[in-house]
Design a protein around this ligand. Sequence first.
Ligand code: DAH
Length: 361
Amino acid sequence: MTEIARLAAETESAVATAQTLDALEEARLAVLGKKGWLSAAMKELGALSPEDRKTRATQLNEVKDRVTASLEARKTVLADAAIEARLKAETLDMTLPLAESAEQAGRIHPVSQVIDEITEIFAAMGFSIAEGPDIEDDFHNFTALNIPPEHPARQMQDTFYLPKRGADGEQIVLRTHTSPVQVRTMRGGPPPYRIIVPGRTYRSDYDMTHTPMFHQVEGLVIDRAIHMGHLKGVLTEFCKAFFETDKVKMRFRPSYFPFTEPSAEVDINCSRDGGVLRVGEGNDWLEILGSGMVNPKVLEYCGLDPNEWQGFAFGMGIDRIAMLKYGIPDLRSFFDADLRWLKHYGFVPLDIPTLGQGVAR
Ligand code: DAH
């Protein structure tokens, strides 16, 4: 075997076994680089006789062609393999769950969720949302709702009184209920109205089921021919949608509120078997709201003619029905801002309540 044939065989084997493009380039330089053995052999051609030069040159060119072809072939193989490896390394499994983002890790507070649920249900019945200030004056919170000064209901409500306001010393309070927004709505423009008022309310009270700040939702419908049947129909519809069962039984129990006449408190049936509260089962009753036909005196305070307009109103404790629906035992925990509690009882932000999918999931 000539020297050239030996070197050529060595090169072929180096090319065939090169595992990376870098190793292949190294093999190429060893032959065809400036200091490669084939380049060196080419340089020596000049020293040969014309005859020998021709044969040798032909031989060297053949070797060069072969080596070049092998290098090309190996290069294609290695480049393909590199792409394969990269595709494999960069593969994404689209079925894997996403890493939890900050928005997903957050939770919606049960009170916010329940307000959204209530809003969704009443919006579908044609109600819109009204709001009023947390700091109310005596007129809106009491007088216009037919609760005159010295009326016992003022004591019953454990009112937080604020320092008197203005030159005439107007009494202001933290609103004890959302009912003053009835007054603001009726005095704010002509009927008909169909509103709900979710919002914060305040009373000086603190135990398992009472906190100084809590939430209510008020409802008000005023039109020309509204009667108690409408009240009953709306509240029945609400309870079925909110508790997501047609089984829930309701009891309209005669009651008294200064701002409604007649008045009814509404109870829903529940069972307390084994210490677990289940809504819509059993023969126990749970009070969930107060309601009634708006007292003609309230209409008059608000500048409406009771012979022309009438309607119904209701007021419901939001925190209380949130506790009932989601089995949360202590109201005080709602306002502790304990992240472990929120993680447990809170809602995923994308779980937006809709009637179509059931208000809660
Ligand atoms: N405002 C009452 C309360 O806080 C609840 C209430 C009862 C509101 C009857 C109403 C109603 O609109 O008609 O205890």
